[in-house]
Design a binder for this molecule. Structure first.
Ligand code: ASP
Ligand code: MG
Length: 462
C-alpha cells in the first residue's frame, strides 16, 4: 500500500491533472494498493476564502466567484472526460456549485460567515477536484472510488484547524479500506466532527490527510507530490544555488517546516513518525527526480546543516526591567496572556541576567501582543519594575537546521562569522536544547543577503 498526495499547484489545470493521472497510473501498475489524496485545484481554496470575505464585507462578489469556479471545473471536466461521460459528471459539478450557492446565500442573509460555515464553504474545493479526478481515472482504471474524507477522518469541532481524533479515525479508515478495494481518490484537508459537521485541518492540511491515512493503513510510504525537486537547502527564490536535500530525519523536516520552508504541513510528519513510515517529497514537474526522503535517520555524514529556512514579516517584542530578575512566574504570566489572546509565539530568548525577555510574533499581531503584555504587567509598569514593553517591525527569522550540529562545537561560529563579515546585524538568537536548530532574528531588508551568504558558506561545493 502506498499513499500519494498531490497539491494544488500540481492540479492547477486539466493539462497538469493529466500529468498527475499519468503518474498515478504508473503506481497502480506497480503497487499492490494505491490511495491518492487530492488538494483543491490551484487557487481554488483562496477563491473560496474570497467568497467568505465578500459575504462578511457585503460586497456581493460571491455569486461571480462561484460562477467562475463552476466554469473552471466544468471546463476541466470537459477536457479530461470523454463526451459520453460528460453529462453525468457536469451535472454533479453543477449540483455541488448550487449547494455552495445555497450555503453562501444563507450566510449572506445573516451577513456573517461563522467558522463552521467557512469550513463547509472551503470543503467544496477538495470535493470538486477529487470528484472530477476520480471520474477521469475511472475511465482507465475502472475500480477507482471517490472517497469523501469526512467519512473517515474524525476531528474535534475546532473549525478552521480541527484536531484529529486519531483513534476514531484509525478505526474508520481501516474499516473503509477493508470494505472498499480499488484505487481510492480521497479529498484532502477536510474531515468531520462527532456530530457530522464538516471541519478542516488547516491551510495546506492535505499533507496531513495523507499521512494520517498512511499511518492507519501501515502504508509502505507516503509520497507528497509538489512542485520542487523535494525539500531544498534554501528557498530558491532567494538562493538560486539552492539544491535538493537527499535525506532528512522527521525532526529535521519538522524544524524546517515550522520555520516556513514550503515543504509540508508541520503536523503532517507526526503520524508518519509514530509508525516509521517514510515520507518522500517529489516533484510532479520532474517525476524522475529522486526527491527528498524523510525517515527516522538522518545521514549526518552529509554535513552539519541540512537546510536554511526563514519567516518574513516578523516582529520582536522586548520586555525589559530589573523587576524580573529572580522573580518566578513572569514568563508564565506573559505567555499565558498571549495564549489566551490566541497570539502565536514563534521565537523566545531570555538572557540569563533575566533583565529582558525577547519574543517574536507575526508582524500583524505585534501591536495587539504588545497591548496584551502591557495590560498584564500594568502594575509592574506603573511601579517601574518593568521599564518598557516595545516592539520592532520589519524583521525576519532565519533558522539553520540539521541533526549534525548536535554536540558539535563550532557550529554557531560557522553560522555567525559570515554574517559578521558581511555586516549583517543580528537582533536575537535562540538555540533549542535539542541543538537541531539555531535561529536568529535580522532585519527583513537583510534577508536575501543573509540567506545567500549563509548558503554559500554552509553548502559551498568542496
Ligand atoms: N486546499 C487546501 C489549501 O489550499 C488544502 C491543501 O491544499 O492542502 O490550503
Ligand atoms: Mg496546497
Amino acid at each position: 500500500m502506498i499513499v500519494l498526495k498531490f497539491g494544488g499547484s500540481s492540479l492547477a489545470d486539466a493539462e497538469l491533472i493529466r500529468n498527475v493521472m499519468g503518474i498515478i497510473g504508473k503506481y497502480v501498475y506497480n503497487e499492490d494498493e494505491v490511495a491518492v489524496v487530492i488538494s483543491a485545484m490551484g487557487g481554488v481554496t483562496d477563491q473560496l476564502l474570497n467568497i467568505c470575505k465578500s459575504v462578511a464585507d457585503g460586497t456581493g462578489a460571491a455569486e461571480n466567484i462561484i460562477r467562475e469556479l463552476e466554469k473552471k471545473h466544468l471546463e476541466t471536466a470537459g477536457i479530461l472526460l470523454p463526451v459520453q461521460k460528460q453529462p453525468e459528471v457536469m451535472a454533479e459539478i453543477m449540483s455541488l456549485c448550487n449547494e455552495l450557492s445555497d450555503i453562501v446565500h444563507g450566510a449572506q442573509l445573516l451577513s456573517e460567515v461563522t467558522p463552521r460555515t467557512r469550513d463547509i464553504i472551503l470543503s467544496f474545493g477538495e470535493r470538486l477536484s477529487a470528484y472530477i479526478i476520480s471520474q477521469a481515472l475511472k475511465m482507465k482504471i475502472p475500480q477507482t472510488i471517490y472517497t469523501d474524507s469526512r467519512k473517515i477522518i474524525r476531528t474535534d469541532s475546532g473549525f478552521g484547524m480541527a484536531k484529529v481524533d486519531v483513534d476514531t479515525s484509525n478505526i474508520l479508515i481501516k474499516k473503509y479500506f477493508n470494505d472498499n478495494k480499488g484505487l481510492k481518490v480521497i479529498t484532502g484537508f477536510i474531515a468531520s466532527d462527532a456530530a457530522g459537521q464538516t471541519t478542516t485541518l488547516g491551510r495546506s492540511g492535505s499533507d496531513y490527510t495523507a499521512t494520517i491515512i498512511g499511518a492507519a493503513t501501515d502504508a509502505r510510504a507516503v509520497e507528497i507530490w509538489s512542485d520542487t525537486d523535494g525539500v531544498m537547502t534554501a528557498d530558491p527564490r532567494y538562493v538560486p544555488d539552492a539544491r535538493s536535500i537527499e535525506k532528512l530525519s522527521y525532526h529535521e523536516a519538522m524544524e524546517l517546516s515550522h520555520f516556513g520552508a514550503r515543504i509540508l504541513f508541520p503536523l503532517s510528519l507526526q503520524p508518519a513518525m509514530m509508525k516509521h513510515i517514510p515520507v518522500i517529497v517529489k516533484n510532479t514537474f520532474n517525476p524522475d527526480h529522486r526527491g527528498t526522503l524523510i525517515c527516522s535517520e538522518s545521514n549526518g555524514s552529509n554535513g552539519l546543516i541540512k537546510g536554511i529556512t526563514s519567516l518574513r514579516e516578523i516582529s520582536i517584542i522586548n520586555v525589559e526591567g530589573s523587576g524580573m530578575t529572580g522573580v518566578a512566574g513572569v514568563a508564565a504570566r506573559l505567555f499565558n496572556a498571549l495564549w489566551h489572546s490566541e497570539i502565536n509565539v514563534i521565537f523566545i530568548s531570555q538572557a540569563s541576567s533575566e533583565h529582558s525577555i525577547c519574543l517574536a510574533v507575526m508582524q500583524d499581531e505585534a501591536c495587539r501582543a504588545t497591548q496584551v503584555i502591557r495590560e498584564v504587567f500594568a502594575q509592574e509598569l506603573a511601579s517601574g519594575l518593568i521599564s518598557s514593553v516595545n516592539f520592532e517591525k520589519e524583521l525576519a527569522i532565519v533558522a539553520v537546521v540539521g541533526e549534525g550540529m548536535r554536540q558539535r562545537p563550532g557550529v554557531a561560529a560557522r553560522v555567525f562569522e559570515p554574517l559578521g563579515a558581511n555586516n549583517i546585524n543580528i537582533k536575537a538568537i535562540s538555540q533549542g536544547s535539542s541543538e537541531l536548530n539555531i535561529s536568529f532574528v535580522i532585519r527583513e531588508a537583510d534577508l536575501r543577503k543573509t540567506l545567500q551568504v549563509l548558503h554559500e558558506s554552509m553548502f559551498r561545493k568542496k
